[in-house]
Design a protein around this ligand. Structure first.
Ligand code: 5GP
Ligand code: ZN
Length: 109
């Protein structure tokens, strides 16, 4: 866990958060500032700054499986996934996360 990382704090229960889906590897929770009628973030419980830093293929697999399981838990048949990598691409939180967007999606995505 990275001490100053907000998503590590969420993943480790330091910031109490309702998970819409969780398993040993990932947690999914609602975005605080939603850009779609459904906007959920899926994160690995282990800290990686961005996709570029993930050096464990198991985590990549579990993250994508976590997206699928989260969509299933939310009963979503239609959704978009986004991974912003790097400041220039709009990444604001440097703990890798996959956005799940569904319903009415705002222009940013
Ligand atoms: P990024 O731009 O890094 O891809 O996306 C970061 C996302 O995290 C943004 O959509 C932002 O609204 C969301 N976010 C930032 N801080 C928090 C937080 O403390 N809790 C939750 N649930 N979402 C957050
Ligand atoms: Zn973190």
């Amino acid at each position: 866990m990275k001490e100053d990382c907000i998503f590590c704090k969420i993943a480790n229960g330091i910031i109490p958060t309702d998970f819409v889906y969780e398993n040993d590897y990932v947690a999914a929770f609602k975005d605080i500032n939603p850009k779609a009628s459904t906007h959920v973030l899926v994160i690995p419980k282990e800290h990686y700054d961005s996709l570029n830093e993930v050096n464990d293929d198991k985590i990549l697999l579990e993250l994508l499986k976590g997206v699928k399981e989260t969509a299933k838990a939310l009963n979503l048949d239609n959704y978009r996934t986004v991974i912003n990598t790097g400041k220039g691409a709009g990444q604001e939180v440097f703990h890798i996360h996959v956005h799940i967007l569904s319903g009415k999606v705002l222009p940013k995505f």
